[in-house]
Design a binder for this molecule. Sequence first.
Ligand code: COA
Length: 218
Amino acid sequence: MKKLIIIGGYGNGTVVQSTVEDINEEKQQWELLGFLNDNEKEPINGYPVLGPIDKETVQNYLKDSNVYFFYSLISVKLNHKFLFKLIELEIPKNRFATLIHPTAVVSKYAKIGYGVCIQPFVSVGPNTSIGNFIQIFAQSLIGHGAKLDDYSYVANNACIGADVHLKEGAYLGTNATTLEYVTLGKWSITGIGAVVLKNVDDYAKVVGSPARVIGSTK
Ligand SMILES: CC(C)(COP(=O)(O)OP(=O)(O)OC[C@H]1O[C@@H](n2cnc3c(N)ncnc32)[C@H](O)[C@@H]1OP(=O)(O)O)[C@@H](O)C(=O)NCCC(=O)NCCS
């Protein structure tokens, strides 16, 4: 069985933990060793905190070739300004786990990278391309031909139209919907419930229906 360490904790990290447990219930695949976390010392949902999020701790675990990581610290608050945390750990890409909840429906014609977590009841259509370090939360729909670049983020119940492109770090909020073919710019944020009818610029923050710019994430 492969071993897994989740980098993060309460919040997205525990969502990933739940998915791992559901995967294991179907077929034992992962031994969840615990979390790396800078703030918590006590166990998180019964799993130990193995140490802080630093290179030394990570490199020690990497010596065991059966250990994989999941980086759960990408969120609306922890965006590009915190990415250095991931980069400075120097974990090879192929040592990040990709975790797909047993209830998700993922087309066999979808390409999926490293460090991706696909949550319950998500649908990923054919000819989609899902990059690395991406979380797709419960009940979202990814239309056929959509392209999600690294670090992009799909909150629960979001609906991505066909052939939509989420550029690096683009964040799509809960219940947001996009028209087909639009592009969400690099590290842009689309708020909850937005209806996106046209391209969103890099670093723009948009809300509403139709979505309008209210600020910047820079
Ligand atoms: C878009 C978002 C990031 C804006 O956050 P913010 O920069 O802190 O903006 P504020 O809360 O200061 O709001 C600024 C204005 O936009 C409005 N606004 C914010 N989010 C909105 C939304 N989703 N839809 C419509 N209007 C919204 C506010 O009412 C406020 O209007 P006002 O100036 O007339 O009072 C945030 O509201 C959001 O939707 N985050 C996504 C959350 C999510 O999906 N989480 C995943 C599940 S946990």
